[in-house]
Design a binder for this molecule. Structure first.
Ligand SMILES: Cc1ncc(COP(=O)(O)O)c(C=O)c1O
Ligand SMILES: N[C@@H](CCCC[NH3+])C(=O)O
Length: 439
């Protein structure tokens, strides 16, 4: 069992996070409950920034808020001096509502709407990461109408196959994201952007995928971007102020996962940038990165209450919890693996291997297939580790299950940062039927 961040077993034999007993939290706020270890998030944020400082490289570390977007987490990232990557009007709205400094907001997305771009212009955000020709044209038109010049990065697909699940790959040629770096699309995009009166090209962006365990792909991507920047200097006299290498740094969900430490990815990226800047004789740009999962993933733990059990003789024991694919869809979507413990019986030995089932009406609603546990009883609490990224963010109301509450813990104190949804919330947008039965 991997204990993450400030986790420890307290003298009641309970799992404690941030100096707070998770069983007390479960009783106070109910379950399922997402618990975030704030100190661990701060530590991760600082580790990324420290590495850039160590190398005296001007940088922005932008939290990819798609991993977990709420007002409190955005404010925490602001406290740590990070920038923010948003990918929709909703994430932008959350950032603005949180009071996040607009100049450090970067707007992503492969199909930003007119309304979303307008929102970005009106808020005067730091930059738009332009993904395609349609967006480039739309942005230019809107900026003209607003008499505003928007800083942009051009998102390119470098043609790199990172080793991760197919559904979370993004940098390969056959991808819905970005301008192809090699077939002339990226060059065309730069020419058009440079010719646009209300667009200021800051630089270039790529993101090769998510949950990546080594730096090879990032190093290769950096090399390809700098090769392109050298040709852009020679052909278009264009100099990039910013090179953004995206996010995707992996975390340790289970013992089988073996990622680098967050700062090690950064160190290897910086080394590669230095090599390329020197060999192509380019000015040193600002380096931006966009970690999501590696900032919040292992800081999140979900606490569930155990309920029913079903034995399939000689096959397996199903043990059900009071959540499932409604609060963590990753096992169903990516066959993602998790580790978990009985948070109220941390000192007890494992006696059986069970399959943890969710409560949704769906056979695929399984959280873990083979979890060693003490003999779990109804009313015990299961803590599933590493649910901080793409957990709450991808939570849904399937079967009209209300989304869980979120609590931040730090230095022995707990703070409720998202309330549990209520049944009233679930029907808040519903309207009664007006149509009568036709005779
Ligand atoms: C453009 C972009 N940036 C950043 C991220 C964050 O990725 P991760 O959470 O794996 O760090 C993603 C998601 O994969 C992304 O698509
Ligand atoms: N949602 C994915 C990652 C996608 C990242 C966004 N491009 C996950 O849960 O692992």
């Amino acid at each position: 069992m991997i204990m993450h961040g400030t986790m420890r077993i307290n003298d009641r034999g309970h799992l404690e996070i941030g100096g707070v007993d998770t069983i007390d939290l479960a009783r106070l706020y109910g379950t399922p409950l997402y618990v975030y270890d704030v100190a661990l998030i701060r530590e991760r944020a600082r580790a990324f920034k420290r590495m850039f400082d160590k190398h005296r490289v001007r940088a922005q570390v932008a939290y990819a808020s798609k991993a977990f977007s709420t007002i409190a987490i955005v404010q925490l990232m602001e406290q740590e001096g990070l920038s923010l990557d948003v990918v929709s009007g909703g994430e932008l709205y959350t950032a603005l509502a949180a009071g996040f400094p607009v100049e450090r907001i970067h707007f992503h997305g492969n199909n930003k709407s007119k309304e979303e771009l307008q929102m970005a212009i009106e808020a005067k955000i730091g930059c738009v990461v332009v993904d395609n020709f349609y967006e480039l044209q739309l942005l230019q038109q809107l900026c003209c109408a607003h008499e505003y010049t928007m800083p942009i990065l051009l998102r390119v697909t470098p043609g790199i196959e990172a080793h991760t699940h197919d559904y979370i790959l993004t940098g390969q040629e056959d991808s819905k994201f970005g301008f192809d770096l090699h077939n002339g699309q990226a060059d065309e995009a730069l020419q058009r952007a440079l010719a646009s009166s209300h667009i200021h090209v800051l630089g270039i962006h790529c993101h090769i995928g998510s949950q990546i365990f080594d730096a090879t792909g990032f190093v290769l991507a950096a090399k390809k971007l700098f090769e392109k920047l050298a040709t852009w200097r020679d052909t278009y006299r264009f100099t990039a102020q910013v090179v953004n290498l995206g996010g995707g740094f992996g975390i340790r969900y289970t013992k089988e996962d073996d990622p680098l430490a967050p700062e090690q990815y950064v160190e290897q990226i910086i080394e590669e940038v230095k090599r390329n800047v020197a060999s192509f004789d380019l000015p040193f740009p600002e380096i931006w990165i966009e970690p999501g999962r590696s900032l919040v993933g292992d800081a999140g733990t979900t606490i569930y209450t155990i309920g029913s059990r079903k034995e399939v003789p000689n096959v397996r024991q199903y043990v059900a919890v009071d959540g499932g694919m409604s609060d963590n869809i990753r096992p169903a979507l990516y066959e993602a693996k998790y580790e978990a413990v009985l948070a109220n019986r941390m000192h007890e030995h494992c006696e059986e291997v069970v399959a943890i089932a969710g409560k949704c009406c769906e056979s695929g609603d399984m959280l873990i297939w083979d979890l060693p546990l003490p003999k779990a009883q109804p009313g015990d609490y299961l803590a599933v580790f590493c649910t901080g990224a793409y957990g709450y963010a991808m939570a849904n109301n399937y079967n009209r299950i209300p989304r869980p509450a979120v609590v931040f813990v730090e230095d022995g104190e707990a703070e409720l940062v998202v309330k549990r949804e209520t049944y009233e919330d679930l029907i808040r947008l519903d309207l009664p039927l007006k149509t009568k039965v036709k005779k």
